[in-house]
Design a protein around this ligand. Sequence first.
Ligand SMILES: Nc1ncnc2c1ncn2[C@@H]1O[C@H](COP(=O)(O)OP(=O)(O)OP(=O)(O)O)[C@@H](O)[C@H]1O
Ligand SMILES: [Mg+2]
Length: 308
Amino acid sequence: MTDVVVSTRGLTRQFGTNTAVNDLDLEIRTGQIYGFLGPNGCGKTTTLRMLTGLLTPTSGSISVLGRSMPEAAEPLKNEIGYMTQIFSYYRDLTVLENLRFAAEIYGIPAKAAKDRIDELLHTYDLITNVNQLSGSMSGGQRQKLALAATILHRPKLLFLDEPTSAVDPETRRTFWEQLFDLVDQGATMIVSTHFMDEAERCHRLAILQHGVKKADGSPRQLMNDLQADVVEVEGPDLRKVKHELDGRPKILSTAQVGSRLRVLVDKAEPQPVDMLRARLEGFSDLSLTPQRPNLEDVFVSATRGEDQ
Ligand SMILES: Nc1ncnc2c1ncn2[C@@H]1O[C@H](COP(=O)(O)OP(=O)(O)OP(=O)(O)O)[C@@H](O)[C@H]1O
Ligand SMILES: [Mg+2]
């Protein structure tokens, strides 16, 4: 078997006239955390539902762990864990009851289930919540329960749909450390997100917009390959500076970040700072500084020119 665990060719899903996922080619290798980065409605959940066999594509093919989806959804059930975007466990069951229920669904024998549940309660710091109704837990605690339940049967392939959208940055950090522990133990993951910091942690990611893959690569590669230079402008009247630059030739985007204006200039311009200085000659006291691109610049550049 090759080390490609998930691949798609021409994956497409339509809902009526709306093409939610459009001609998507993916190749996800073992041991990777692969991210889908994109705004609301770009097709992340629809893609994950097709990859896990819950939704049938309109056209295109899907291979998961060497088997064809959705046909192999049932035989692959024990190899896959899917953490849905909306908490999908029982709010009127306790943490322990939910985990026992998940263990039953996966047919884990009672003694093995007890040991595994004890281990997960410990790993995910849920011991004190064990008899709490999951509906009364905080968002962060619920995420931990959902992750524990998703990996109860030790799947080698995990699909996580916006796993940290409801949690604070500290909890998100801890959660990601736990994901890397799972990768270290041999898991491969596909994670959807609209957070740049989360996307930056992935080994590789696809930027999606309107169901179309706009870019694909490691975060570093995407930043290195950016077809733009980044210049930050600091000084008074930044709103007027922005107005002066927006829509001009070779200006790909402008965005104010605190007291600075971050400007993306087309890579075809050989002297971005000089060009901007000339364009802004009517303004005084501006300082212009080249910056290294970040993932948000990549995202803006990749999805430019279309409604979000
Ligand atoms: N069952 C469905 N019936 C009709 N349209 C659907 C259905 N599921 C998704 N869509 C549409 O497909 C598009 C993609 O939706 P999807 O839920 O995959 O986006 P998403 O990237 O997960 O968004 P979010 O970040 O808000 O979760 C949207 O336009 C949505 O309205
Ligand atoms: Mg979604």
